[in-house]
Design a protein around this ligand. Structure first.
Ligand code: AMP
Ligand code: MG
Length: 494
């Protein structure tokens, strides 16, 4: 590989100049490699050995810019916790360019934590090692779990301290996304009534992510429909694995339907629908159980930005957009219920299935059961009798509550037209054994930030690469936190 050329495309840099600010990353004093994601590098047709070389590390730290990159910080706006913020933008991230992967799909390559930009407001443009490792661990775990997500290509430390509540080690994350265009990117131009920019942005997104929309008689309405589909599927997949994003602001809502911006995110241990970890989410706006209605609200905001493009008659546009937005709850239910059937081992679909799931969740909440382990251990019980139910029963503080539910579940399994064969294998592929439990992520961060020890990071990352494959040696990573290990709150760390 030529040392200075990555093979970047720069389609976003071809958009009008007020879409972004052109600038290079701010160099750091002593960059050191923490990790290269070799699999992802190879997918992107990059040479992992080069990325990990002294010259590669200079690039990943922002000290050198590849010859074919056109670095820029993207402008966007957004609703944060329901309040309008007209100007956000990449305050500490710089897009280097776009790379086609082995299948020809283009991805943004962005350095996060690489210095101030015109959008930094009061921020220092830097990222702290701990949250960078969290983004790496959780993002790659999500990918392995089959959830659409931005990914981490590399982490380097900067050799510089970053001042938060304490002085903490700085780091740069190389983030890869199908694109970093957000609902908030559209809202930035809509608020300025810049219809021309909106059209260019929408056309860019259609070309890049939703080319089929072009074939529709109303491409911008088809775009809305496709984004609604993608977000419904995404948020359903979060719900099915107990994931709480934590900051579902419109600037953190990706147009291509990937999970983006791993800040105070968390996986639930004990099931509780109102669960909130984020220290900044005082009102519980982004609680686990609110995520679908919030995605719906965010999409309504997206729809509003498209009104001037859909039809020249605004009333007509609004009516058509509203009709699409109204489909969100049903689309979400379809995606969620399909996942529920997989989790419970059903191949057929019955009207009673959503209630069966809801009732299981209710008894889990009432009896303090661990979300991930209940489903995982349900894979292991016997289909015809309850003799092996002990492993699941033990997860409820009143096991009898589970017994009644299990009897109903067995009756339902008996209705399966194709019989019960393969049930266990199918369930094991739908119910992970390993999730990035908060206490484990915390352990990784503490070891790295306090002691420069990356062994726990490497270990947790390795375990989470195969979340559905149980390894005897990794059994400890399935364990929920002990009372003294429970993480009560998570922080953005920005
Ligand atoms: P977030 O809450 O991480 O999604 O970020 C919200 C906004 O704050 C975005 O515009 C970020 O670019 C910006 N931001 C977050 N952290 C920093 C930082 N350390 N320096 C500058 N801008 C930041
Ligand atoms: Mg953000």
């Amino acid at each position: 590989m030529n040392a200075t050329l990555f093979g970047f495309h720069n389609s976003y840099a071809r958009l009008p100049e007020h879409f972004f600010a052109r600038l290079s990353p701010t160099p750091v004093s002593d960059p050191r490699l923490v990790r290269i994601n070799e699999d992802l590098a190879v997918r992107l047709k990059l040479d992992p050995a080069f990325l990990g070389s002294p010259e590669g590390v200079q690039i990943l730290a922002g000290n050198r810019v590849p010859g074919d990159a056109e670095p820029l910080a993207m402008a966007y706006a957004g609703f944060q916790f329901g309040g309008w913020v007209p100007q956000l933008g990449d305050g500490r991230a710089i897009l280097l360019g776009e790379l086609a992967d082995r299948d020809g799909v283009r991805h943004d390559v962005q350095l996060k934590g690489c210095g101030r930009t015109p959008f930094s407001r009061n921020g220092d443009g830097r990222a702290v090692l701990g949250p960078v490792l969290r983004e790496y661990i959780v993002g790659e775990a999500m990918h392995a779990l089959g959830v659409p997500t931005t990914r981490a290509l590399a982490v380097v430390t900067t050799g510089e301290q970053v001042l938060r509540e304490h002085s903490l080690p700085g780091a740069v994350l190389t983030r890869v996304a199908q694109s970093h265009i957000r609902v908030g990117t559209f809202q930035f131009f809509a608020a300025r009534q810049d219809i021309n920019a909106l059209r260019l942005l929408a056309d860019h997104v259609i070309d890049r992510h939703y080319p089929d929309a072009r074939k529709s008689a109303r491409p911008y309405l088809a775009l809305l429909d496709a984004v609604v589909d993608a977000q419904a599927a995404l948020v359903a997949s979060w719900k099915l694995i107990g994931f709480i994003h934590g900051v579902m602001n419109t600037d953190n809502t990706s147009i291509c339907g990937e999970t983006i911006d791993y800040g105070p995110c968390a996986f639930m241990d004990t099931y509780y629908p109102g669960m909130v970890y984020s220290s900044i989410d005082q009102g519980g706006r982004y609680a686990y159980g609110n995520q679908a209605p919030i995605a719906h609200w965010n999409l309504a905001g997206f729809a509003q930005t498209l009104i001037p493009l859909i039809d020249s008659d605004a009333a007509q546009s609004l009516e058509m957009a509203q009709e699409i937005i109204n489909t969100f709850p049903a689309k979400f239910e379809v995606a969620y219920n399909a996942g529920v059937r997989e989790k419970l081992g059903f191949q057929s679909s019955k009207a009673e299935d959503p209630l069966l799931m809801a009732d299981l969740l209710t008894i889990m909440a009432d009896h303090q059961a661990d979300f991930t382990l209940v489903f995982r251990r349900l894979c292991l019980v016997k289909t015809d009798n309850s003799s092996a139910d002990g492993v699941v029963r033990a997860l409820f503080d009143d096991p009898a509550a589970f017994d009644q539910w299990a009897a109903r579940w067995r009756v339902r399994l008996g209705d399966e037209v194709n019989g019960k064969s393969g049930r266990q294998q199918r369930m094991l592929a739908a119910n992970p054994a390993y999730i990035p439990r908060n206490h484990r992520v915390e352990e990784v961060i503490r070891a790295a930030e306090d002691h420069g020890d990356f062994a726990p990071f490497e270990k947790l990352h390795r375990v989470l690469q195969k979340p559905y494959d149980e390894q005897e040696s990794d059994i400890e990573y399935q364990r929920p936190p002990r009372p003294e290990e429970i993480v009560q709150a998570t922080f953005c760390g920005t």
